[in-house]
Design a protein around this ligand. Structure first.
Ligand code: HAM
Length: 410
């Protein structure tokens, strides 16, 4: 019969991968908790409208990449990202009444129907943080600091932090108008995607990867508009304060005026952290401020900022970790005694296994040396004398201890 294979763009996370995944998850809990963040888990599917309104219906994510299906005449979508879901939960659970800032962190699978390639999957995992209730740039600095310190805790280096300010809707309007007017003569030469973006979301033009478009955007008169300081006084002040905080914290960053991010909810600060050790999909972290999203999704006027990181990309940068061997393997032909000892060890927090098929002693010892650190030999002599022979399988050292003392030595 034909074998059924894993779906394109998805992957099994195997037991051998698990030490790295546990490491990423434990460090996330440890680091984010230190900053006062609490974990939240939201459903994997939500109303399609949440993403259309939240992420934005001019984005590639909403237009091309969503896994949408109908059930009982409702349109549902597997979450392509988790900011919209967390905002929905924030509103629905009245979290704006909690003392600000409300800091939430999450981990879990996301789904985007993208063309799979190295570093880009259709089901991938994110770990992320969302901070609600602070409009001052101190929150922007703290969120970037959290991301940087998490990556440091994972032992990752050779990373670059890029920041930009998208301004507020008012100053962005001026920028869009200027950009459209210098680009007008070249409109016919732009790729079909850019022609659509020109009408719907001109800011996203800057993100285009098509060489012909990139060439147009590097023309002096267009570059001048892109590089211009279009943001208004208040937005500029916010950005300058953020830069000063980052300088004080010793966080190195560069300003990338082309950084616009692929989601519609951002205003003011956006940032990305890239790794110099990944291929073309080199962003390990993306984030930014989204001061209008809570209100746009029906909540109070609550400013917010956050980020998310791709865990598969992080995992590929983390050194492979040794799989933990079982601590003890009981070598014994008396099943009753074997079960009793394993359960006693497990009850005392020691990982323990025994041979469920009751093979010969030598075979059991062979198995023990493959899977465990210690073999606990319980032969007829040991049972008669109420003791256990403990063999260290790395050094082959062996000693016999009293049965009653066995749980105290691991
Ligand atoms: P994003 O830039 O779309 O932002 O995704 C964040 C990170 O998720 C990326 O930098 C990348 O590491 C990873 N990622 C995204 N798509 C894929 C994929 N197809 N395969 C593998 N990894 C991927 C967001 O999702 C925003 N919700 C971040 C945010 C939180 N902004 C504010 N708060």
């Amino acid at each position: 019969m034909a074998m059924i294979k894993v779906q394109k763009g998805t992957k099994d996370i195997l037991p051998t991968d698990m030490p790295v995944w546990h490491f990423m998850e434990e460090k996330a809990s440890e680091i984010f908790t230190k900053y006062g963040a609490k974990e939240i888990r939201t459903p994997i599917f939500e109303a399609t409208e949440l993403f259309a309104r939240g992420v934005g219906d001019t984005t590639d994510i909403v237009n091309k990449e969503m896994y949408t299906f109908e059930k009982s005449e409702r349109s549902l979508t597997l979450r392509p990202e988790n900011t919209a879901g967390v905002v929905r939960a924030f509103i629905e659970n009245g979290m704006h009444r909690l003392p600000a800032p409300v800091k939430l962190w999450y981990k879990g699978p996301m789904f985007r129907y993208e063309r799979p390639q190295a570093g880009r999957q259709r089901q991938f995992h994110q770990v992320g943080v969302e901070v609600f209730g602070i409009k001052q740039p101190t929150a922007d600095a703290e969120v970037i600091l959290m991301a940087v310190n998490y990556l440091k805790a994972l032992g990752l280096n050779d990373l670059s932090v890029e920041i930009n300010s998208l301004g507020c809707p008012d100053c962005r309007e001026v920028f869009k108008t200027n950009l459209k007017s210098v680009l007008k003569p070249y409109l016919q030469d732009l790729c079909p995607d850019c022609q659509a973006r020109y009408e719907k979301n001109p800011l996203r033009l800057l993100d285009c990867k098509v060489p012909e478009c990139k060439e147009i955007y590097s023309k002096p008169e267009i570059k001048a508009v892109i590089q211009s300081d279009f943001i208004c006084k208040d937005c500029a002040e916010h950005f300058n304060e953020l830069k000063a905080y980052l300088d004080n914290l010793g966080i190195k960053y560069s300003i990338n005026k082309l950084l616009v991010r692929g989601l519609d909810y951002y205003n003011r600060t956006v940032f990305e952290i890239t790794s110099n050790n990944l291929g073309s999909q080199n962003a390990v972290c993306g984030g930014g401020r989204y001061d209008s999203l809570v209100k746009n999704l029906g909540g109070e006027d609550v400013p917010a900022i956050g980020f998310a990181m791709g865990m598969e990309r992080l995992a590929s940068l983390i050194e492979q970790k040794e799989e933990n061997k079982t601590t003890t393997f009981i070598v014994c032909n008396n099943m009753t005694e074997a079960v009793k000892l394993t359960e006693e060890l497990r009850g005392n927090g020691v990982t323990a296994e025994f041979d469920l098929t009751n093979k010969k002693f030598v075979k059991q010892l062979e198995k023990a040396s493959k899977v465990a650190k210690y073999a606990l030999i319980l032969g007829e002599d040991e049972i008669a004398q109420n003791c256990v022979t403990v063999k260290n399988l790395e050094t082959s050292e062996q000693k016999t201890v009293k049965r009653s003392q066995i749980t105290t030595i691991f």
